[in-house]
Design a protein around this ligand. Structure first.
Ligand SMILES: [Zn+2]
Length: 450
């Protein structure tokens, strides 16, 4: 098994991530978080929010609706350009993203360019392709009491009633920019942050949670004076590294910056750095830092007819702010953290699997257990220690199943940093055994010093 398969297997075995709609045979491109996964995901999202919003004077939060007025996506360019090159094999009717099955071509590949690569169908091995077609990746839905057949031959009604699940959280921030300016009067530069779901109808979802059809994003739109974007870009760039390396503890040597060349940049960006990460199956994008200029606010001003200018309180100067956007996918970060933490150790012919998760992210800080579950005095004492630790740290778990060795094995696999065991000595001297996940060393500690 590859390391990624080992991680997928552990995720299912221990309740981190299950295939979406598993009981019905799954739903391509979707994944569900189980009890342990929810805790880890929440800790990651809270760490991000704490670092980028709560600890700063220049950041504010918004939480916009997922279904937005369809004009949003006309203004943002998604209706026209949020499309992948779709190609169909005429032999077996399989459909693929052209730029994913042929080397050296971009998303804007033409039919001629694709045919010139002489790519064979990954399914049937033949080379008999239809033309490249643009496939828009937005999920559409009907809003209100409209039947799908009502809109089929009525483009006007369709335009009014077909809405999209947002393909990015960013537009929920831009469309609230004016409301925020008019209510809390922030001074430039300032950022608006949002965490939430985004949806992309990927042609071929793959690589576990790396390329799924529904994901959670954490995005900041940082509004700056047009003249100062370069300095602010560098500051935000340094902040991303600090967060990734010092808060969620990803190894710096596994993070690689990729300056995205103009022809590969999103339609709105004048400069983009992709932060790549060494995942078990190779280097993949972890997050992006993009200079979006005044593209979004100018388009919203044009589409809505509302003035998006900012008026400087001191100089009276008016202008449309420029924007720098750090954007990170929660699932991508989740997998980067998991694959960093996943460790196999060989010891006397046995393999120990452990997740070396940073303490601030681990689903549980402590596991508390009585040495024996059939001794009421041990159980009672262990319960008291459990209640005390839960009061103090919150994320604490209880385990009295099987023998101690089995409990340690389970806690290692879910990344619990410390196991606390209450035994007969505890009843005498109020000390407990604390067993460390990474070293397996056991030490005797006073309960009051936990
Ligand atoms: Zn084929």
């Amino acid at each position: 098994m590859s390391k990624l398969e080992d991680i997928v297997s552990l995720c299912k075995r221990r309740g981190f991530i299950f295939p979406g709609s598993d009981v019905y045979g799954g739903m391509a491109g979707t994944w569900d978080f189980g009890p342990l996964g929810v805790s880890l995901k929440k800790n990651i999202m809270d760490a991000w929010w704490n670092y980028f919003v709560e600890k700063r004077d220049d950041m504010y939060g918004v939480d916009a609706a997922i279904i937005m007025n369809p004009r949003t996506w006309v203004a943002s360019g998604h209706t026209a350009t949020f499309a992948d090159p779709l190609v169909e094999c005429k032999e077996c009717k399989s459909r693929f993203r052209a730029d994913k099955i042929a080397d050296g071509i971009s998303e804007s590949v033409t039919t001629e360019e694709f045919l010139a690569t002489h790519t064979k169908c990954p399914v049937c091995g033949k080379e008999n392709w239809g033309p490249i077609r643009k496939f828009n990746m937005m999920f559409s839905t009907h809003v209100g009491a409209v039947l799908p057949e009502d809109t089929q031959d009525n483009p006007e009604l369709a335009a009014k009633n077909i809405a999209y699940l947002r393909p990015e959280t960013a537009q929920g921030i831009f469309t609230n920019y004016k409301n925020v300016i008019d209510t809390i009067y922030p001074s430039l530069p300032f950022g608006l942050a949002q965490q939430g779901k985004a949806f992309r109808n990927e042609i071929s979802p793959r690589d576990f949670i790396l390329r799924d059809r529904e994901c959670s994003q954490m995005e900041i739109e940082y509004f700056v004076h047009p003249d100062s974007w370069e300095g602010e870009f560098e500051k935000l760039r340094a902040l991303q590294h600090d967060f990734l390396e010092n808060v969620v503890k990803l190894p710096a040597e596994n993070i690689h910056e990729l300056e995205v060349p103009a022809e590969d940049r999103a339609h709105y960006s004048k400069r983009t750095i992709d932060f790549m990460f060494d995942y078990p199956n190779g280097e993949e994008e972890l997050m992006g830092l993009a200079y979006r200029t005044d593209f979004d606010l100018s388009n919203i001003q044009r589409e809505s007819g509302k003035n998006m200018e900012y008026r400087d309180k001191n100089t009276g100067e008016t202008f449309i702010p420029h924007v720098i956007e750090p954007s990170i996918g929660v699932e991508r970060l989740f997998l980067a953290i998991l694959s960093t933490a996943y460790t196999e150790e060989e010891n006397e012919g046995k393999t120990r699997i452990l997740l070396k998760l940073p303490e601030n992210l681990a689903p549980y800080h402590f596991c508390v257990s009585p040495l024996l579950k059939n001794k009421p005095e041990l159980v009672e004492k262990a319960r008291a220690v459990y209640d005390m630790l839960r009061e103090k740290y919150g994320n604490v778990t209880w385990d009295d199943s099987g023998n101690i060795g089995k409990r340690y094995m389970k806690q290692d696999e879910i990344g619990t940093p410390k196991c606390v065991v209450i035994d007969f000595d505890t009843l005498e001297d109020d000390t407990v055994t604390v067993r460390d996940r990474d070293t397996t060393k056991q030490t005797r500690v006073k309960i009051s010093e936990l």
